[in-house]
Design a protein around this ligand. Structure first.
Ligand code: ADP
Ligand code: MG
Length: 241
């Protein structure tokens, strides 16, 4: 356990440093992208080269953003009361075009009429669902359906399951998910799930995976409801009001 603690401390120092560097890279990167776009407008030739440059710049940008998100879960000044359904709907709106282009149907199911208010950092929770839905979309190259379902699992907690019909994950690999840089994608960063885990931990929630190779995956997130704040959350709430 001690070793795990040391490792997680190392990780957080490394994460902070990476986020700092990422921050410094962002401006020159934006400038490179701007001038590449300008070159593309000015010249009729070499559009193919410039297109590749722009794609690669976007990729650097994505990695930089993921690194910056790594340092954020520590700073939790942005907590407030938010409706989980509204958060999910706004994330779905963000990803809808991407899904449609890939023949994927995104649906949200909320069976019972129950409390969906949580105490959270809205942007971080959005980040979690964006990462998870992106993974689901990326796991379904031939299209299909992604189901998001809200349930009250136990007193004072709400669960969100995201069920896809994608390629699935072999049992023996489930333990590796969320490890830094663990990816099976040629253009993946392997940081998405690590960020999700951190954010969910900071919200006193749980994140778990169930999958079968070839039969799709289900991610379940359980979050405490506003009314069931842990002592830490209660203290943070008091500080804010
Ligand atoms: P990345 O998406 O950049 O690869 P993540 O941390 O988001 O990094 O995911 C790590 C790995 O977990 C992925 O490369 C993939 O192998 C696996 N994975 C995550 N979500 C799913 C899913 N819904 N279906 C199948 N595999 C998944
Ligand atoms: Mg991912």
């Amino acid at each position: 356990a001690e070793e795990a603690l040391i490792n997680s401390e190392k990780l957080s120092v490394a994460g902070q440093m990476a986020a700092g560097i990422a921050h410094e890279i962002r401006n020159p990167l934006a400038s490179l992208k701007g001038f590449s776009q300008l070159l593309k407008k000015k010249f009729d030739r070499h559009h193919d080269y410039l297109d590749i440059m722009l794609v690669e710049l976007d990729r650097i940008n994505e990695i930089v953003q993921e690194f910056m998100a790594l340092a954020k879960p520590q700073a939790n000044q942005l907590f407030g009361h938010y409706n989980l359904v509204r958060i999910l709907n706004s994330v779905m709106t963000l990803l809808e075009t991407q899904a449609i282009l890939k023949n994927i149907e995104l649906i949200i199911k909320q069976n019972e009429h129950h409390d969906t208010m949580i105490f959270c950092d809205e942007n971080q929770i959005k980040q979690v669902f964006i990462n998870l839905l992106k993974n689901a979309i990326e796991a379904m190259p031939d299209g299909g359906r992604i189901e998001i379902e809200l349930k009250s699992v136990r007193e004072g907690a709400i669960s969100v399951t995201i069920k896809d019909e994608g390629i699935g994950i072999p049992m023996e690999l489930i333990d590796k998910l969320g490890g830094p840089f663990y990816t099976t994608k040629s253009s993946g960063t392997g940081l998405g799930l690590m960020i999700c885990n951190r954010i969910i931990q900071a919200h006193h929630g749980e994140l778990s995976f169930a999958s079968e190779k070839g039969a799709g995956s289900t991610v379940t997130i359980v979050l405490p409801l506003r009314t069931a704040g842990t002592p830490e959350i209660a203290r943070a709430e008091q500080l804010q009001h």
